[in-house]
Design a protein around this ligand. Sequence first.
Ligand code: PLP
Length: 373
Amino acid sequence: MTTPAKSIGVWNYLAEYERDRAEILAAVDRVFSSGRLILGESVRGFEEEFAAYHGVDHCVGVDNGTNAIKLALQAVGVRPGDEVITVSNTAAPTAVAIDEIGAVPVFADVCEDTYLMDIDTVEDLITPRTKCVLPVHLYGQCVDVPRLREVTGSLPVVEDCAQAHGATGRGGRAGAMGEAAAFSFYPTKVLGAYGDGGAVTTPDGETARTLRRLRYYGMEERYYVEETPGHNSRLDEVQAEILRLKLGRLDEDIRARRRIAERYHEGLRDTSLTLPAVGAGNEHVYYLFVARHPQRDHLLKLLSDQGIQLNISYPWPIHTMRGFGKLGYRAGDLPVTERLAGEIFSLPMYATLTREDQDRTIAAVRDALALIV
Ligand SMILES: *Cc1c(COP(=O)(O)O)cnc(C)c1O
């Protein structure tokens, strides 16, 4: 009897932890030994280093990416009842954050090739209630923010950078193009913590000051609430210290992701899959390597039988979800978004993914495709 090959998933941090264990535990120990567990030197140090990486003046560490979006919107002046233009093929938290502050998400359709916001459809979505535009740099490549601004004029841009650490586009680096930019350090992200974390970057000192208040109950002076609604949304010292370590390796990790993407392209380009397209002027960081096939569900079932568990990011467009039924969208309103949701799937992608697992994935996908065409 042959032993079944070990299964492969889209993401796994254990190889990284094995490699970096001593450094990570030393980072944890530095925090625990410092005598200060909340908003200390580690958060301050990380904020400085993360801002410098982006060439922006300010970074405010927060507790997760959803709250980073929420605080960023609030800081640029979005209030209950205001409309925020974004997309529906993103992680649900993009829209959850808008909803949580009482604002209303308005969804643009996306481009068939890059899966990014279709800027040509945005002008028709602008109303007197539109207060902000929230482009999502989906899967690791940037929306063309300069072109977006040609359409949206003086509306503030808040970037959702949760999937695009280190990516660059025509407008520069993700996180350095908007009035504010929100990051998540959820463990799977290109820069991932060992738990939850997030940050907002901004070029504006007053916006940064507001963000610092908003993450600290609305207080500037201790015990005195300056502004409501305030939040408790602080980045944890332990995660900040681990993130400092991992920020030092970010560019190297991105190069590893690009090498894996190149191998997938080489190994699968002559198949019936549609492989990711990179938009003009973009340097993709491959948070996810998303391919498409009209018989996606059959393909994923065949791969799962071979021990390869692939993922769909994301199976349901947000405008079709029950929780957002109050927005009044109907099936068919965003045709490209809806069609893509039925065809997309992600191949395994993380910096420590072995060549052997890359090769096994490519071979298994080719075998499965041979069975369905
Ligand atoms: C992960 C993600 C978020 C939410 O981040 P959390 O840290 O999980 O709250 C928001 N937007 C996008 C595009 C994401 O991928």
